[in-house]
Design a protein around this ligand. Structure first.
Ligand code: FAD
Length: 496
């Protein structure tokens, strides 16, 4: 059995890799004829300066020079606010100091905390967060819709540790799913974090058991329901060194509750004809998340359209193989599948854990390998869905990947109306890419985290960290926003 799996996975990997090479060759050859955009930069570096992003003669996907049409739907006050926030977050000492303040013991003092929270609310929160509840977020969704974008509703929740907090989170997610009914078609997806609806210790236990079952075919899991492949031969198995104890009756019951929670959220969301996308976390719990995701995919995906999407993290060495295996198994069942493709957000903790155990890191050795894997997976999925049902959410701020996929989608004739390709960027980030893709005629969504300011704080701290420094990916946004503000000022005084 293991040998068969090995052969299958090797074959699938080879197919994926050759497709990726083929895709890159095609793009490169096409680019030399000047009608298509250039191949992804071999250095793998994200294009972050105006010069490199705009000096491509053959670049027909992003019209970055024309900031007037790029920011046409953004009011001047919003543009000024965004440029100011991104400029402040580029100053590393300011961000470091703010991060220190927000995580310091001073925050325990009521008055101090109120002042800090009030400042955060009017600055970073307004920029990166869509609202404090479904009503405020609904207004943001409407504004986005008027500017040609859609929203992916992401109620900002942290990990839950017991059934009570899972139930509370589920109520919020149900409310979120219900709110889509008055907002369709401006909502593209409801985002679910399984860590909010299933206690994290249980996700760890289930992941252990699933790993052990994969490695030992005689090991049976009586509670396991129909799902799709979640491992390849090269997946990391070092988290589970010994045979785990079976689930206790209480754990089985809790798992059933988690299934029911996911079921209720999916059904509520599907009532409004809005698909659900499930976020990916770290490899210690991801097998359980994939197990539940694919269980829901089997249950709810419709013949012509996936209604439950999983997430693939391309920084993992086994990402391409797993995506292929899952897709092929679904094909055999006549089941369309949808994936959100990301690079991955837990690189340092994954590497640290592997290093502490003295095992090989599950993360690609170089960033170029990650870029290749991401672009290869995207090309593979586009190729697959070009003639058959299925879906891809390209969740990235990387301009090169955005261009490559937009170009491929054009070649494959995947248009905005087919519901097969959605570009996704985080609210308040990658505006240049977002508006560029929208202007180029693609379907683009903003990931909209929402919730009360103190609950959303961990998310804000991550965004502040990500945007700091002059080399951050928000540099291009900042430069082009400033350029557009200068243009508007000149136009105003020119007229006066
Ligand atoms: C809409 C949306 C949804 C998301 N959902 C999830 C999710 O569910 N789960 C999740 O984990 N993440 C998620 N992310 C975050 C995502 O994984 C990335 O952290 C983030 O988007 C940056 O990647 P990028 O594609 O924009 O690429 P880039 O801007 O090119 O950034 C590349 C980053 O990749 C990292 N990297 C990856 N591999 C390597 C390597 N081998 N060596 C060095 N650096 C490496 C570096 O930190 C670098 O900053 C989401 C992002 C978006 C936009």
């Amino acid at each position: 059995m293991a040998m068969i799996n090995n052969n299958v996975s090797q074959k699938l990997l080879k197919t994926l890799v050759s497709m990726c090479h083929q895709a890159q060759r095609t793009t490169f050859n096409a680019a030399t004829t000047t009608t298509l955009p250039p191949a992804p930069q071999p250095s793998g570096a994200t294009t972050t300066t105006t010069e490199t992003a705009t000096n491509n003669e053959g670049d027909k996907i992003f019209e970055l020079e024309d900031t007037k049409s790029l920011f046409a739907t953004v009011p001047t006050t919003k543009l000024m606010h965004s440029a100011a926030i991104l400029s402040v977050t580029a100053v590393e000492p300011v961000v470091d100091f703010s991060l220190w303040v927000m995580t310091s013991r001073f925050m325990e003092a009521g008055l101090f905390k109120n002042v800090v929270m009030g400042t955060v609310k009017h600055t970073a929160y307004n920029h990166f967060v869509a609202g404090c509840d479904t009503v405020e977020t609904g207004q943001t969704v409407k504004r986005l819709w008027e500017s040609g974008l859609r929203g992916m509703l992401d109620y900002g929740l942290e990990h839950a540790n017991d059934n009570e907090s899972c139930d509370k989170a589920t109520q919020q997610l149900i409310k979120t799913a219900e709110s889509t009914q008055s907002l369709t078609p401006s909502v593209s997806f409801v985002v679910v974090k399984v860590t909010a609806i299933c206690p994290v210790y249980l996700l760890r236990r289930v992941s252990d058991l699933l790993r052990w079952e994969y490695k030992n075919s005689s090991f049976k899991l009586p509670w396991k329901q129909q799902t799709l492949p979640i491992f390849s031969e090269n997946s990391p198995f070092y988290h589970t060194l010994h045979q785990p104890a079976p689930l206790t009756a209480e754990e089985e019951h809790d798992l059933e509750l988690a299934h029911k929670r996911l079921q209720t959220i999916c059904e509520k969301s599907l009532e409004g004809n809005v698909p659900v996308v499930i976020d990916a976390e770290d490899t210690s719990i991801q097998p359980a998340i994939d197990y539940m995701t694919y269980w829901a995919s089997v249950k709810y995906n419709e013949a012509e359209r996936p209604m439950v999407y999983g997430t693939i993290q391309a920084y993992l060495k086994d990402a391409g193989e797993r995506m292929c295996l899952t897709k092929k198994a679904a094909d055999k069942m006549g089941l369309p599948v949808g994936f959100k493709l990301v690079r991955g957000a837990y690189m340092s903790s994954e590497r640290k854990l592997a290093c502490s155990l003295g095992v090989e890191s599950p993360i690609h050795t170089t960033i170029n390998d990650t870029h290749d894997c991401f672009n290869g997976c995207a090309t593979f999925m586009l190729d697959e869905v070009s003639n058959c049902p299925g879906g891809l959410i390209l969740a990235t701020h990387n301009l090169d990947s955005g261009k490559l996929v937009a170009q491929k989608a054009r070649e494959y004739g995947i248009t905005k109306d087919c519901n097969k390709l959605e570009f996704a960027t985080l609210y308040g980030m990658a505006e240049t890419m977002t508006f560029g893709l929208r202007n180029a005629g693609f379907s683009v969504s903003k990931y909209l985290p929402f919730g009360p300011v103190d609950q959303i704080m961990p998310y804000l701290l991550r965004r502040a960290e990500e945007n700091k420094g002059l080399l951050s990916s928000s540099n291009l946004d900042r430069q082009l926003m400033m350029k557009e503000l200068k243009r508007r000022t000149k136009a105003y005084f020119g007229k006066a």
